[in-house]
Design a protein around this ligand. Structure first.
Ligand SMILES: [Zn+2]
Ligand SMILES: [Zn+2]
Length: 268
């Protein structure tokens, strides 16, 4: 059995070597040439693997928001997590929706660049482990039907699949469904977002009952969508819910407690 496994690994290595020769691999993050496909099969250069995620110490321990001054004080939570009952599940986030993270998300979402998913999945898996978030099942946040149809692919499901593979977990793309399309959330405050999403999701008790679920989405804005999904999962018997998002778009207007969203059609 052991000899067979060694032979299979050698064949796989040889296959990868031949493939690398025919189709020189390049990094899914920066497009730079790679000498060879890395052993884990994730096409990412060292700079992108190590430099795309911001340091964990700069983030809120609960929601992944950037802390003022980039430093943890006290229990390391942002103002929103300190003040509000935490409806948003603990969330692993790579960094702000800007620069290369933004470019990667947009390439996956709007240009169908599915080759970006394994790199983002591997980076998110590392952050989920760093955060100590435990799960049995990975579930994507369901896209709004018309928007997904227009783009022709469900990027959250692709990310969830890649993350599940990197974590060695099962992905259940249909465990959570959108039962009603919500109006675009862009420009709405926290309470209005919550009201707009009330009853928008339904979870499948047979799939999530008794399990720890890791929700996956591309961009975190106010957290209202994650909170609504977590509520539906909890109602269907999930034991615990955590989340992982590639990037965070969360800026607070000082003194007014309102989030601002830049405008490129993200409604979460
Ligand atoms: Zn790179
Ligand atoms: Zn927070």
């Amino acid at each position: 059995m052991k000899a067979l496994a060694v032979a299979a690994a050698a064949a796989e290595g040889l296959g990868r070597w031949v493939l690398d020769l025919l189709l020189p691999p390049c990094c899914a993050g920066c497009g730079g040439a790679l000498a060879a496909t890395p052993p884990d099969g994730v096409p990412g250069c060292a700079a992108c693997r190590n430099g795309l995620a911001e340091p964990l110490a700069h983030q809120c321990r609960r929601c992944g928001a950037r802390l003022p001054g980039g430093r943890r004080r006290g229990r390391g939570r942002c103002a929103a997590c300190r003040q509000l009952a935490p409806a948003v599940p603990p969330t692993a986030v790579l960094g702000p929706y800007a620069g290369r993270l933004r470019a990667l998300v947009r390439a996956l979402k709007y240009r169908g660049a599915t080759a970006k998913a394994p790199l983002l999945g591997a980076l998110l898996a590392a952050r989920v482990r760093e955060r100590g978030l435990r799960a049995d099942l990975v579930v994507p946040v369901p896209g709004a039907g018309a928007r997904v149809r227009r783009r022709g692919l469900d990027h959250a499901a692709l990310l969830a699949q890649a993350l599940a593979e990197a974590l060695g977990l099962r992905c259940a793309p249909r465990a959570l469904v959108r039962v009603r399309n919500s109006p675009p959330l862009f420009g709405l405050g926290r309470a209005a977002r919550r009201a707009a999403l009330l009853g928008a999701f339904r979870a499948e008790p047979a799939l999530v009952g008794g399990r720890r679920v890791l929700l996956v989405d591309d961009v975190l804005t106010s957290g209202a969508t994650l909170a609504a999904c977590a509520e539906a999962l909890g109602g269907a018997g999930a034991r615990a819910v955590a989340a992982a998002c590639v990037a965070r778009r969360q800026r607070r207007c000082p003194g007014r407690g309102r989030e601002h969203s830049g405008g490129d059609g993200l409604h979460r």
